[in-house]
Ligand binder design. Structure first.
Ligand SMILES: [Zn+2]
Ligand SMILES: [Zn+2]
Length: 346
C-alpha cells in the first residue's frame, strides 16, 4: 500500500456501445482498483488512443465486460504492488499494453504463439483500461520503460507500435524490400520508421494530405491515395485501414510471391477475390492477431535504438470522447494521447 493513494478516481466507461458521435462513453467517479495477487497498480500519466478503443466503444467488438474502461497504451509509475509481486517496486516506470493474460498451457502457448491463446484476456476490453487515473496490470504482462523518453512519446509504442511490428513480421519483408503501408495513422507511422531504419523502401497509400505529408517527412519514397497504384510492385504490404475493399487493391499491388498482412482486429467484409490477379503467383494474404510479449519487448528495444518517435496530439483525459470522435473523423495524423494533469491527479 502506498501512503496518500486516493480511494476514488475519474474514469471513462462505455455505458452503451454505439456510434461515437452519440457519446457512448461516460466520465464517472469510481473506486481506485486494488491490485490482485501478482498485479501492479499503475498511475496513468499518459494513455494513447487506439482504433480498438473506438471498436469497443461503438460495439464493433462484442461486450466482454459491462461498463468497461477502454485504453491499453498506458505509461506511468507503479503506485502499489499486489501480493506475491517480485521484481517491481513502487515508482518503477512501466507500460500497460493490450495483452494481459494467457493460460501458458495450451498448444499455442506451448509452441510460442501465445497471441493465439484461446483463453487470452485484454486490457480495456476484458478488464478495465487506461482511460482513468489508475489501472491494474499483471506484473508478468507489464513492460519496463526507460526513464529518458517522455510519457506522451512512449505511450503510442505500446499497441500501435507493438501490433504494427508484429504486422511487419507477418508481412515477411525481405531485406531491402519494398513495403506498402495502406492507411498511415498511429501504427503505420511507427512501423515505417522501423522499416526505413532496416533499409526498406516504404510507399504510403492513404487518404488525407496530412498523412501523406507525414509519410514523406518520415522518409517514405512515395505517398498516394489508398486506391492508387504504388510506383513499383511491392514485396510486402500491411493493411492498417479497417477497409475490406482495400484487400484486393493491395493484393494487386504485390509483386509475385508478395505478402499482404491485415493488421486490424476488425475489418469490413472483403469483396470476392480474383484468383488470377490477386492470389496467383503465390501471393499470400495473412491476418495479424494481437502479439506475443516477445514481440513487445523486441519492438520496444528496436524503437529505442532507432529513436522511433511518435507524432502525437495531446488531449486532456477529460476529452477522451472527443479524441475518439476525432480519430474516427481522421482529424489528426499520428497518435492521440490522453494525459492526466499531474496536479489534478489526486
Ligand atoms: Zn494458451
Ligand atoms: Zn490497440
Amino acid at each position: 500500500m502506498t501512503v496518500g493513494r486516493p480511494e476514488m478516481m475519474r474514469a471513462w466507461v462505455v455505458s452503451q456501445p454505439g456510434p461515437i458521435e452519440t457519446s457512448p462513453l461516460r466520465y464517472v467517479e469510481k473506486p481506485v482498483p486494488a491490485p490482485a495477487a501478482g498485479e501492479l497498480l499503475v498511475q496513468v500519466l499518459a494513455c494513447a488512443v487506439c482504433r480498438t478503443d473506438l471498436h469497443v466503444s461503438e460495439g464493433d467488438l462484442p461486450v466482454h465486460r459491462e461498463h468497461v474502461t477502454p485504453g491499453h497504451m498506458v505509461v506511468g509509475p507503479v503506485a502499489a504492488l499486489g501480493e506475491r509481486v517480485t521484481g517491481y517496486a513502487v515508482g518503477d516506470r512501466v507500460g500497460v499494453a493490450w495483452l494481459r493474460y494467457v493460460d501458458g498451457t495450451c498448444a499455442y502457448c506451448r509452441r510460442g504463439d501465445e497471441n493465439l491463446c484461446p483463453h487470452s484476456l485484454y486490457t480495456g476490453w476484458d478488464a478495465d483500461g487506461g482511460y482513468a487515473e489508475y489501472v491494474t496490470v499483471p506484473a508478468a504482462f507489464a513492460y519496463r520503460l526507460p526513464a529518458d523518453v517522455p510519457d506522451v512519446e512512449l505511450a503510442p509504442l505500446l499497441c500501435a507500435g507493438i501490433i504494427g511490428y508484429r504486422a511487419l513480421l507477418r508481412a515477411s519483408l525481405p531485406a531491402g524490400g519494398r513495403l506498402g503501408l495502406y492507411g498511415f495513422g498511429d501504427s503505420a507511422h511507427l512501423v515505417a520508421q522501423v522499416a526505413l531504419a532496416q533499409g526498406a523502401t516504404v510507399h504510403a497509400l492513404t487518404r488525407g494530405e496530412a498523412s501523406q505529408r507525414l509519410a514523406l517527412a518520415l522518409g517514405a519514397a512515395s505517398a498516394r491515395g489508398a486506391y492508387d497504384s504504388p510506383p513499383e510492385p511491392l514485396d510486402s504490404a500491411i493493411l492498417f485501414a479497417p477497409v475490406g475493399d482495400l484487400v484486393p487493391v493491395a493484393l494487386r499491388a504485390l509483386d509475385r510471391g508478395g505478402v499482404l498482412a491485415v493488421a486490424g482486429i476488425h475489418l469490413t467484409d472483403t469483396p470476392p477475390l480474383n484468383y488470377e490477379h490477386e492470389l496467383f503467383y503465390e501471393k499470400e494474404l495473412r491476418s495479424v492477431t494481437s502479439n506475443t510479449r516477445d514481440n513487445g519487448r523486441e519492438f520496444l528495444a528496436l524503437a529505442l535504438r532507432h529513436r522511433v518517435r511518435a507524432t502525437t496530439h495531446v488531449y486532456p483525459m477529460s476529452r477522451a470522447q472527443q479524441a475518439l470522435q476525432d480519430l474516427k473523423a481522421g482529424v489528426f495524423d499520428g497518435a492521440a494521447v490522453l494525459v492526466n494533469d499531474r496536479d489534478t491527479t489526486r
